[in-house]
Design a protein around this ligand. Structure first.
Ligand SMILES: CC(C)(COP(=O)(O)OP(=O)(O)OC[C@H]1O[C@@H](n2cnc3c(N)ncnc32)[C@H](O)[C@@H]1OP(=O)(O)O)[C@@H](O)C(=O)NCCC(=O)NCCS
Length: 171
């Protein structure tokens, strides 16, 4: 007798939860970025920024991605009142769980934060050489804005990606 089983693949990947940052996640940020291989100056900057900026909930969204109570990714985003835009300033996911939609869930939360501020859109800078990051933003519907020479280091240009929530209004 032939039995057909429908296997639920979602059981293999427990759902990710997006939570507000709390100090208990501080060491997880360092762990994730060390695994990715970032230089110390970028690691300590992200670690400190997440910690300090989370106290300013009016202007910053600071989020952790958590699976089974283990922090596997983070994002922080700033709202600028002067031009009604938001900027994603840091985003990373543990290499062991990449390509499972975790950054997408974090960016969706950042976009929700931006919309809650009535922002017109959201933008982000990343190194031109960060092929994976660039592909991620393109897949998430972001469009390349401009390249800023020497933005990160003398030999490392930056590229800006942006997403506006509504088409430009023509008067
Ligand atoms: C970029 C990064 C945040 C993506 O995280 P992630 O959780 O793997 O992303 P997602 O699973 O949500 O990816 C969604 C889609 O983006 C695209 N994508 C993501 N990473 C990609 C990669 N390395 N190469 C090509 N496409 C990629 C794919 O279309 C993917 O969908 P698919 O897996 O069904 O093909 C992660 O690779 C990372 O932490 N990189 C190092 C830090 C970094 O670059 N941060 C962002 C810029 S500062």
């Amino acid at each position: 007798m032939l039995y057909l089983f429908r296997f639920d693949f979602t059981l293999m990947n427990p759902p990710v939860t997006i939570l507000d940052y709390s100090p208990k996640y501080r060491s997880a940020i360092r762990m994730i970025l060390t695994k990715i291989g970032w230089a110390e100056q970028y690691i300590s900057s992200a670690e400190q920024n997440m910690h300090h900026l989370s106290q300013d909930t009016e202007n910053y969204g600071v989020y952790m991605a958590v699976i089974n109570e283990i922090a596997v990714g983070f994002l922080y985003v700033q709202y600028y009142a002067w031009n009604q835009l938001c900027q994603i300033q840091g985003l990373a996911v543990d290499p062991d769980v990449q390509r499972q939609g975790i950054a997408s869930a974090l960016v969706t939360r950042a976009e929700d934060f931006a919309k809650s501020k009535n922002a017109r859109g959201i933008y982000v800078d990343t190194p031109t050489l960060n092929t994976g990051g660039r592909k991620f933003y393109e897949a998430a519907g972001y469009q390349m804005g401009y390249i800023m020479p020497r933005y990160y280091e003398d030999q490392l240009d930056g590229v800006t990606y942006q997403k506006f929530f509504e088409a430009v209004k023509v008067e």
